[in-house]
Structure formats: structure tokens, C-alpha cells
Design a binder for this molecule. Sequence first.
Ligand code: NAD
Ligand code: ZN
Length: 359
Amino acid sequence: KLLVKREGDFHYPIYFEKDFSGLAQAVREEGLSGHKICVVTDSHVEPLYLKSVMDSLQEVSSQIFSFVFEAGEKNKNLDTVQELYRSLIEHEMDRKGLLVALGGGVVGDLTGFGAATYLRGIDFIQVPTTLLSQVDSSVGGKTGVDFQQYKNMVGAFHQPRLVYMNLSALNTLPKKEFACGMGEILKTGLICDGEFFRFICANQKTIQELDYTLLSQMIRRCCEIKSGVIERDPKEQGERALLNLGHTVGHAVEKLKNFQLLHGQCVGIGLIAAAYLSMQRGLLTQEEYNEIRKGCEAFHLPLTVDSLNAEEILAATKKDKKMEAGHIKFILMDGIGKSFIDKTVTDMELLGAIREILS
Ligand code: NAD
Ligand code: ZN
């Protein structure tokens, strides 16, 4: 297991496992046994994994119930949170209660927010079942829901007591969702570990065959990098912004496409825009740029986006909340595995990069 800093001297463990059988022991080791447990999951994950998770948790608690909501980003909102509160009250969940987030990032973000706010905060653990949630959303303590048309508009920082990953759960994950996770993984390598990026690209076939050893190496390294960045900058005052590599243009595309493209797919497109911009500045060579494109392609991420024009993407990019004193905080690369925050990107440069991702 990997230990991640929580606050002060507190750390929480991340487990990388092949099934759910060790979950009870993990809960016990954190001193969380005997508490009332609510397992939160969505309608896709429920038939696949809810029973085996509940069965394992029986060992540590005699009072377990579940809360299931309809899968999909459109339900990551305050209405679902209210239903969750209602269910917790109905089951007389008190401050010692424990929420278990079983599912992808939607379940994790919503459950974490429920845990952060119910009775001013109760414990929760993450049991992420998508590649994206294993390498990204379950690490870092950001929780929240969408509000009206705004993504992640309402939320809180709330760290889980532990993260338990069953890598075999990826066997049932749709290919497109797997690709999305890869978008974030490639991003993580590009930020600060070129060797890791190249390792993933070199092993693309085995990774996509879901070879357990490679998967666990990859996911573990990714969590290590992300948690390291966050440990050094928990509230995003500096370095943590690097994790937004590919997200400035990515978010704009995601929004303009009305979420028809998945987040990780938009991140892939955003990575290419950031790489192109970096190449235009002479920070990346043509070969390095091509290498990044090839990496995205190998993992079935789209390289371009259709039916949008450059000006509207530029406008949407500038509306992104990561603006500071009129300047976009853009993450650029100065090598594979080296990145930095830049506030001098001009509209002209951005337009050039955006044209590169239009089909
Ligand atoms: P998701 O939770 O919607 O999961 C994707 C789909 O896969 C869903 O239909 C889900 O039901 C299904 N699914 C989950 N596990 C499965 C499995 N093992 N087998 C088959 N189907 C399965 O989406 P996601 O990509 O996991 O997460 C996206 C969300 O995460 C977004 O809301 C995003 O804002 C959030 N996010 C949060 C953070 C953070 O730091 N908190 C970081 C990145 C993303
Ligand atoms: Zn992302």
C-alpha cells in the first residue's frame, strides 16, 4: 500500500488489490470497524460490485445499508446529495458513521461532499472502480457537485480515511472510459516524469490487455506523483496547478461539445494543444510533439475535435476559472516530463494551437 499525507502527521493508505476481499481488513486497520456504514454507488456499479463489497464489510459492521443513484454526471448535483442526506437521517447515521464511495468519479465526488457536509463532516473511504477515479479523482481530497450549468461549482476539501482499489474492476469498464483514465495518466507523466510517460507508451499493448502487474505499477506511480504534488501544495497555490496540463483547452472543448465528449478525451485533445503551443515556442522538438500525439493515439484518445471553430474555443478558454488578473494560467511543457505555469500566452499563440486540434 501507498501512504498519502492527510493533514498534520496523519496519513491515509491507498491499497492496490485484485478483489474486494481485503476491504474489511483495511477498514479495521484504520480503526473504523463497528461503525454504521452506508455504501454509496450508482446504478451501473450496483449490479456488478455492490454485493461483494457489502459482503466484505459485514465482517467489520453489523449495520450496513446502501444508497444507489442513477449513473451519470447529470446526477452529480445537490438533489442527489439531498436524497443521500435523507437516507442517512432515516437510518439514524450519527457522527461516527462511515460513507463508502463505490464507483467512478461521480460517486466519489458526490459521496465525499456528502461526507464533508453531513453533521459538519463524517468519515468516508474511496473504493474507485474506473481508471480515472483510481488515478485522479480519488486522490487529493477535492469533493463536490455540479450546480446549474456549472461543473464542480459547490464542494469542499475532504480527505478520505483510505482508498481501496480493486484493479480487477477495470475488466468491466467500457473501453472509452478506460481511454479517459489514460488521458489523465499520460498527462501526469508529461507533467513531471518523462520516464513514466515513455514506459506507458512502450507498454501500451499489455496495459490495454489489462495485465495486472503493469496496471498496478502504472496506477501506483500515477497516485504517487499526484499525491506528491498535492502534499506540497494542498490548496492549489502553486505547483498543484500543473495538474491542469491539457485542461485549459480541454475544459473549453468539453463545455462547447456539451459533454458529448468525455472529460478524459477532452484532456487528450488539450494535451495536444498544449504540446503544439510548447513546440511553437521552441520548448518541445517536433519529435517530442509527435511522441505525445502518438501516445494519445495509442490509447484511443481523439486527436481532433469537429464542428467547432477556433474563435469560440478561444473565447471559452478565456472564460475558464483559472484566470488570474486577466491572464490565462497556461501549463506548458519544456520537455517530455517537464512542465511549468505560464501567464504570457497570447491569443494568437492559443489560436494557432486550437487550429491544430480542429479536424
Ligand atoms: P463516472 O463516475 O461517471 O464513471 C463512468 C461510467 O462508468 C459510469 O457510467 C459508471 O457507472 C461506470 N462504471 C464505473 N465503474 C465501472 C466498472 N468497474 N465497470 C463498468 N462500469 C463502471 O466517471 P469517472 O470518469 O470515473 O469520473 C468523472 C467524474 O470525476 C467527473 O464528475 C469529474 O468532475 C470528477 N473528477 C473529480 C476529480 C477530483 O479531484 N475530485 C478529478 C477528476 C475528475
Ligand atoms: Zn481531469
